[in-house]
Design a protein around this ligand. Sequence first.
Ligand code: ADP
Ligand code: MG
Length: 615
Amino acid sequence: DSSNTKLPFQAEVAQLLHLVTHALYSNKEIFLRELISNASDACDKLRFEALDHPELYEDQPELDVRLTFDKAARTLTITDKGIGLSRQEAIDNLGTIAKSGTKDFMSKLSGDQKADAQLIGQFGVGFYSGFIVADKISVESRRAGLPAEQGVRWVSGGAGDFEVADITRAERGTSITLHLRDDADEYLNAWKLKQIVGKYSDHISLPILMEKEEWKEGENDQPGDMVKTGEWETVNKANALWSRPKKDITPEQYEEFYKSISHDYEAPLAWSHNRVEGSTEYTQLLYIPAKAPFDLWNRDKSAGVKLYVKRVFIMDDAEALLPNYLRFVKGVIDSADLPLNVSRELLQESRDVKAIREGSTKRVLSMLEDLAKKQKTSPESGEGKIDVGSGESVPAPEPTEAVTDVVDKNAPTAAETAAAAADESGKYAKFYAEFGAVLKEGLGEDMGNRDRIAKLLRFASSTSDAVTVSLADYKARMKDGQDAIYYITADTLAGAKNSPQLEVFKKKGIEVLLMTDRVDEWALNYLTEFDGTPLQSVAKGAVDLGKLQDEAEKKAAEEAAESFKPLLERLKEALKDKADDVRVTTRLVDSPACLVVQDGGMSTQLARMLKQAGQ
Ligand code: ADP
Ligand code: MG
């Protein structure tokens, strides 16, 4: 057959396939979740394209996913009536990895199977996970709208290459047949398959069907066996998880749903599920992950919130739904008000989307405030009064719209119940270690919520190596007469702590916040004061310790300035291309000299960063 072509996998795919079959071995059954989720995505895509082209449904408007297996042939087949694949799409989508950051991801793999398995899980191996249990996969498909003769068969043994051939296929959509490995017998069993569907795919809004079986006694001394009846039954709940009442959803189901949309192995730190009513109506189910994805800093990575309109999937990376500094949040927003054919451009302008974005932002911030409140504070940060794990109920945030529980307003949510049961005390620190630097971007990005974000920030300080000091903690510990919050930025904690600019503060016992995140310098430009107290970099301008400096010290400094005048003039002359000014200072105790930046000038730290970036 001349249409039969053998093609090599993209190098990254070949590499990934090797890893998949080795590293993911201990969590084999996720292959079914991935293939069902692809089938569901394909149906979502069909629905979406059919909004403008209803003829794509052909004569088959009902969408479902069917699981069948053949014990004798040792095959398991997943069939959908979704959008299908053209020949070229099969080549492109099943032979390469289009995800952004693929190269970056590959370079992070260490060869340590356990660590790699975690990374691969996050990356989402998707279709290729079939090769965990299969030594050959055969995909037959026809894209919606194409004639039957333009079907495609894609076959691969999961090594270096795959084959594609033209076929005739009457049915629209895709059938994926796994030729199971010798040790994957367990998936030739209806009970086992139902169990996996229940665990991972219950929330899929499409019906997942399996053929009913019944017991048949064996004849002539042959053992009996289960035989197919030709009748189909739905084996999942088949309604979107977020559309169900909270009280019907277990914490495990919330967690599994999170894992399925995030590809995360770890359970999320927190989630919030609400139906928001008011001028704009929508359901939100938002999660705070426990671990940063490998591509958190990748600028063009897709956002984590999926947009649905009345249960119809619209788009995956709807940046318009949450500000960029909350890009770590995963979840689903389902709007009742947006038009089904909403485009990206329209999203940017829609007033409903603006309301959703504001409401969701507030919701995330209140989830974080909640975690922060339950965080056990470390002894050196002075607070430590909050009794953690007491199961106190979570105060309602102040939403702009009415937020109603899906069924019962006053019952604790599953999240709250789970939260009360689990040890909550370390969660905020965990969150902060992973995402604190991202959150800081919000100071510059989201003026409306700047105060709330500022309260969520935590820093190390000259009295605490741990990143646990809030601005409020700091203020509560300020010395009499101190009228600014002092901070220093540096590349490392050691660098900050040993800076000569800290000497006078140490001597006077004044706490200084130590900032070592790369974004601090930029972000702190946007935070000039906290709760009425100005923030002041100790590396900028002439540090005026105001009332903290006694008269004698001031006088000594003035006299010194006077008597050193000739020396200062000579130094200024010698350094005239390198320094704007040379002056006598009171900020040093042990060091003879230090560099400072003019008030309002670019800090040394920022200057260094720009230099590194080649500017
Ligand atoms: P992802 O789902 O994250 O895009 P996968 O590896 O799971 O990655 O799938 C790769 C691509 O293969 C999908 O994006 C899609 O284009 C195509 N694909 C996989 N399964 C199907 C299917 N059942 N129907 C149509 N296309 C599919
Ligand atoms: Mg997928």
